[in-house]
Design a protein around this ligand. Sequence first.
Ligand SMILES: [Zn+2]
Length: 453
Amino acid sequence: MPYDGEYATYRPLHRISECQRVKGLLSRSKLLEAARATYAPEPAEAPPQVATLPRFILAVDGSYAEVDVKNGYPGAKVGYCTAASVLLDLHLIGELDANRPVDPVEFRKTEQAASVDAALPGSNVVTRRQASARASFREELYDLFTDIVVDEDDRTNLLSTYEALLALKPTANPQSCPYKESHGCTGEFAVSSGCTACPICGRPVYSTDALRIHERFRDIGTNGEAFGLVMQVIERLLVIHFLRCFERRRLLERLTSLAFFIDGPLAAFGPPAWLSAAISRELKRLNQKAQAASGQDLLILGIEKTGAFVQHFEEIDQTETPGQQLFSPRQYMLVTDGYIKERILHSDSHKRYGEDTYFGRKFFYKAQSGARIVASIPFLSDAQDTIDSDDVSLYPQFATVCTLLDRVVSSRYANAVSPLIAANAQAAIPLQLGSKVLTQLARALPGTAENGG
Ligand SMILES: [Zn+2]
């Protein structure tokens, strides 16, 4: 017979938070008293708006959906991944009525702007040449990178950009053979370019295995994590890929007319995190060339829509006085290492926050429209590669970044790249990869005549 209290576990959540166990745990946990904190949020005035902005923003925004498929095996799933590359024309945005609501038809057009779309095997989907879903996933990922080409006149694929970054990966820490779990192979080696073989078991190894996304792949169940990692990598690789294409065409010096916006922070998380250091090195190299030619830094921005920083910015912006916010429009705050460790992600580590994952640093910005934006700017030189200082003069493009955000972020569609594209749908030009994207871009960028590279 059940007796009173036996079904205690079914109590509503608000009562669980009141229960003795939870209270006990909280009483043993650290409590952050904002009033006693060493670091207080201090909004600073953004530099004055700049008169000259780049004409274009290249926005890269990836997403994935895991869908059930029927192939005779239970729980079979496929990951459908898309990465839209959209060119926002600021001249057009300027001509449009800022208050006009988003036209759903125009919005759908930009949604169709997927320049990468790919289906990757999920659980219980095994391609003909393979013996498991995981092996199929690995091979399809390699093929996907091989297939992605930006421009029909420049057949360099995404794989070549990826492998250029792989060449920067330290070889000191060899990784386990991808067949360790399935076949018990004990091989440990540094993965090299192309398709090679494991020195122990002789099975095929792809250069993309170095991303180790397959280690998060599950033969049974959902693979949201693996597909999310694939999209994270493709978005970041695409930006480096574009930059390298521009370099080959000697267009880097004309990049002053182009800014890159990426969805999410300027970082790489999870097993592919090593990419972050490689991307950082490559960005510094490319920036040096761009600097030498144009005297300006590259313009790259990551915008994040969720997570601890977004939540924190919302919280500190609310003051005790109703209706009064801490940040006024056009105020910003560069987030420092000390601030992050005390106020956002508690840590007493001496290691810099995000040292292994970030190739840029975060800041809070309240745009002219009042929208709160959590964004990151890249480290483009060794001097910029710090999060200890809140000296914004280290980042000469900061004034341009703030002005750009003022221009394109509406208060209704704050944060994240896709709403930004949607809000400016009428001025968005989808880039169909594989066509003459670079030639089109080169024509649009001012400067010397493009001679086809
Ligand atoms: Zn092996």
